[in-house]
Each structure stands twice: as structure tokens, then as C-alpha cells.
Design a binder for this molecule. Structure first.
Ligand SMILES: Nc1ncnc2c1ncn2[C@@H]1O[C@H](COP(=O)(O)OP(=O)(O)OP(=O)(O)O)[C@@H](O)[C@H]1O
Ligand SMILES: [Mg+2]
Length: 410
């Protein structure tokens, strides 16, 4: 995608309003951002991700910003930059991170956001702020509902609809009131009207990828529901999406939580940092919704609209029904066979990142319901799977002809 196409990001955006509204984005000069961040001083650095480093800054009017500075210039980095700007410029929601603007001078690519004083959810659950125990139960419930509402907005109210594809704890930032702000749209996909899914190369983070997406590249809203389910389990339990069992194997948070939930062992499930201070009914609700979202079969997952209803306790009968189905399917012999097959599929998936494997050439296509007509082909992006690691730089894995290519910089 040519950089010039960024200019279309203002499409559908009322320019008059842009000038008037305090939240509208604008183009920053590199000089202004150098001044705001004290020349991207190391002391201003808030963190580092796959795309680059993020710096705290202050503008001449006193407002605080976070500036993401792309690491290396490449076509791929350029694409992610353009996607992030294109998506963020179109959307406004109380639980989405607000774009302040961007700068693109020479080879520098910088994205300017509102500064989030309480950092990321990851830092509170597993990182630098976890010892402070600032996430009490009420905050956790608010963050869960707030991030769900942000995804509802992306799936149902943004035009065109948007699949985020990288819902995870480091991409949920927290404002001064500990309200959730979903961030990072570099992997997002627009869903054309009427399409049920987009077949594309796989991007995302290990532990959060829906099986049908990881295996077949089928990205749909339901993939975000799966990742959200994993995130919800992390919020309730304080555990990581993937737990290392030994050098060679991991256990998913769902495999750990499902038997405990069936036994109603909510004390064991709750994050020990809560020290037993939680509302039992709400915790139970949150865990059941999480497990229902993170089911392997996409058709069994709820929509994000239903998730919000369920979390708010507005659909008690529906929740009981879903809970019964969840545990029944886990019990039934037929389903158990399916689980075994799917588990095998998981191990194939794991091998996919470990051993050379012929490339499955997945061109990006858009599929519509009950429609077998030829599908338009879109630009193919690279396969990128990153690993979640406490805000430290993440390795990136690329699957190509020869299979696994190993870690490389994004
Ligand atoms: N708007 C912001 N306000 C405050 N801190 C931020 C903001 N944006 C990012 N950060 C901090 O910078 C860190 C790095 O963010 P970044 O999105 O680059 O990487 P990541 O989310 O850790 O990984 P990934 O590249 O896989 O998304 C975040 O974890 C967060 O702590
Ligand atoms: Mg991020």
C-alpha cells in the first residue's frame, strides 16, 4: 500500500468537525515530536513492542501524548503504519485508544496517541505494576465490559466493520480512571459488507489465536471473540494465556480453567492477588463467558453483543443455557472425540512453528454466506505470530516455503 493512501484516512471524516473537535487527529512535524519527547530520550520510553518503541511526550499546550516510533523502515512496517492510521482515524469510542495524529517525514514513521497514565493491562496482570495490586474486582469487571464494548463497536458500528486480530493484555491500555482503551490496529482487517470471514495470512500472538484462524487463516469476528475469551480468563485468574509446563510444552489457560470451572472451584480460579475479595456471582459469570468465548468451534462462540449482555448479567437464562452446553459438550463422548481431534490439530499447529513444513499458500479472500461465487483477492500480508513477553521486544516468526524461519525483527 502506498504511503499516499494514508491521505484517504480522512474519508467520511467531517473535516469541519476535525478542526473543531479536540479529539480529531492532525499531522505532526517531526520537529514538534522531537521537542515533545526530548529527542526520544531513553528516559521518556514507555515500552517497546514488535512495531517499535513508545515514548511519553508533552505538547506545547501541556497535553500528554504517547508516540510510537516505528523501528525500521520497510514495506511491511509501512503497511502496518498505514493500516493503524487508517483504522484509528475512522473510529471513536470511549474504550478505544484515541489517535492524535501521525508524522511521516523522510523514513521516520511516528504515530501519536493519547497518553494512558496507567499503562497496559499486561503490566498490571503480569508485569511491572503487578506487585502494586491496583486491579481490584470492580476495576477488573469494568475493564472486561469496557473492552468488550470496544470490540462490539469495531464489529458492529464501524464502517466497514473491523476485525482487530490482536486482542491481548498488552493491547488493552488503562486511562487515569482504569477504564479500558483497546489499542494497536496494525493487524486489523476491514470486513467488506456481507462477508462472513476474510481468508488471510495469519497474524497475531501465540495463546490468543482461534484454532480455525491459526490453521486455515480464516479471520472473522469470531476470532476476536476467542482472543477476548482468553483475555477475560487472564483478567479473572491472573494467569498467562500460555503456561509453560516444561521446556517443550505449554498448557493453555482454557485447559487449566475448564475442569476447575466444572467443579465450581472459583476460589482456585480467582487471581490470588485479589485475596478472596471478589463478587462470587460476577467471577463465575466472567469465567463461564470466557470459556464459552474460547471454545474451539467458532459456531459455538457468542457474538460480542451477547458477551456484553452476559457480562452485565442481563441474560441470566442464556448464560445458564450456555454453561450447560459448555459442560455437556465437554462430557459427551462424541464431543470428546472431537476434542481429541482438535487437540491433535493444536499439536500440528504447534509443530507448524517448530519444524519445516511446506507453505500453505493462503491468498487473502473474502467469503460471503451461502455464496460460492469467485472471491475477490486482496493484497497478501506476511504471516506474523509474536509471543507475549512482559513488554520486552517480541520475536517474530515467519512461515515460508521452507517453513519456520525463526525470530526476526518486525
Ligand atoms: N498510549 C499509550 N499510553 C501509555 N503507554 C503506552 C501507550 N501505548 C503503548 N504504551 C506502552 O508501550 C508498550 C509497548 O506498546 P506496543 O503496542 O508497541 O507493544 P506491545 O503491545 O507490548 O506489543 P505488540 O507490538 O505485540 O502490540 C505497551 O505495553 C505500553 O506499556
Ligand atoms: Mg501493543
Amino acid at each position: 500500500m502506498a504511503f499516499g493512501s494514508i491521505l484517504c484516512c480522512g474519508k467520511g471524516f467531517d473535516r469541519k468537525k476535525k478542526e473543531e473537535s479536540k479529539t480529531a487527529w492532525r499531522i505532526f512535524s517531526l520537529k514538534e515530536l522531537h521537542a515533545a519527547t526530548n529527542n526520544f530520550n531513553y528516559d521518556n520510553k514507555l515500552g517497546e513492542g514488535g512495531f517499535g518503541s513508545v515514548y511519553w511526550g508533552q505538547l506545547w499546550d501541556g497535553s500528554q501524548i504517547a508516540v510510537k516510533r516505528l523501528k525500521v523502515w520497510s514495506d511491511k512496517a509501512e503497511l502496518e503504519f498505514v493500516v493503524e492510521i487508517e483504522v484509528l482515524a475512522r473510529i471513536r469510542h470511549k474504550n478505544l485508544l484515541t489517535l492524535r495524529g501521525y508524522s511521516a517525514e523522510g523514513q521516520e514513521r511516528l504515530i501519536v496517541y493519547d497518553y494512558m497514565p496507567n499503562s497496559s493491562l499486561l503490566s498490571h496482570l503480569h508485569g511491572q505494576h503487578s506487585a502494586e495490586c491496583l486491579l481490584d474486582w470492580k476495576r477488573r469487571m469494568n475493564i472486561s465490559i469496557g473492552s468488550a464494548e470496544a470490540i462490539v463497536y469495531l464489529h458492529n458500528h464501524a464502517t466497514p466493520h473491523i476485525i482487530h486480530r490482536d486482542i491481548k493484555a498488552s493491547n488493552v491500555l488503562l486511562d487515569s480512571d482504569f477504564q479500558a482503551r483497546v489499542a494497536d490496529f496494525g493487524f486489523a482487517k476491514f470486513v467488506p459488507d456481507g462477508a462472513t470471514h476474510v481468508t488471510t495470512k495469519v497474524k497475531g500472538t501465540l495463546g490468543y489465536l482461534a484454532p480455525e484462524y491459526a490453521m486455515l487463516g480464516k479471520a472473522s469476528e469470531s476470532c476476536d471473540v476467542y482472543s477476548y475469551g482468553i483475555l477475560l480468563l487472564e483478567i479473572a485468574t491472573g494467569r498467562r494465556a500460555l503456561q509453560k509446563l516444561n521446556l517443550t510444552s505449554n498448557r493453555s489457560i482454557t485447559d487449566w480453567a475448564l475442569p476447575l470451572a466444572r467443579e465450581e472451584n472459583f476460589r482456585e480460579l480467582a487471581d490470588p492477588k485479589l485475596k478472596g475479595n471478589f463478587v462470587k456471582d460476577e467471577l463465575k459469570r466472567l469465567i463461564i463467558v470466557a470459556l464459552v468465548c474460547a471454545q474451539k468451534k467458532p459456531e459455538r462462540r457468542p457474538t460480542m453483543v451477547e458477551v456484553v449482555e452476559l457480562l452485565k448479567g442481563e441474560a441470566k437464562d442464556k448464560l445458564t443455557n450456555l454453561e450447560n452446553k459448555l459442560f455437556k459438550s465437554w462430557h459427551s463422548a462424541d464431543d470428546h472425540k472431537n476434542e481429541i481431534r482438535e487437540d491433535n490439530a493444536d499439536s500440528i499447529l504447534e509443530r507448524k512453528y517448530d519444524t519445516p513444513k511446506p507453505e500453505s499458500k493462503v491468498a487473502e479472500t473474502v467469503s460471503k454466506e451461502k455464496d460460492d461465487t469467485p472471491k475477490p483477492e486482496f493484497k497478501v500480508a506476511e504471516t506474523t505470530i509474536s509471543e507475549e513477553k512482559d513488554g520486552t521486544p517480541k520475536p517474530e516468526y515467519k512461515v515460508s516455503d521452507s517453513g519456520f524461519e525463526g525470530a526476526q525483527e518486525r
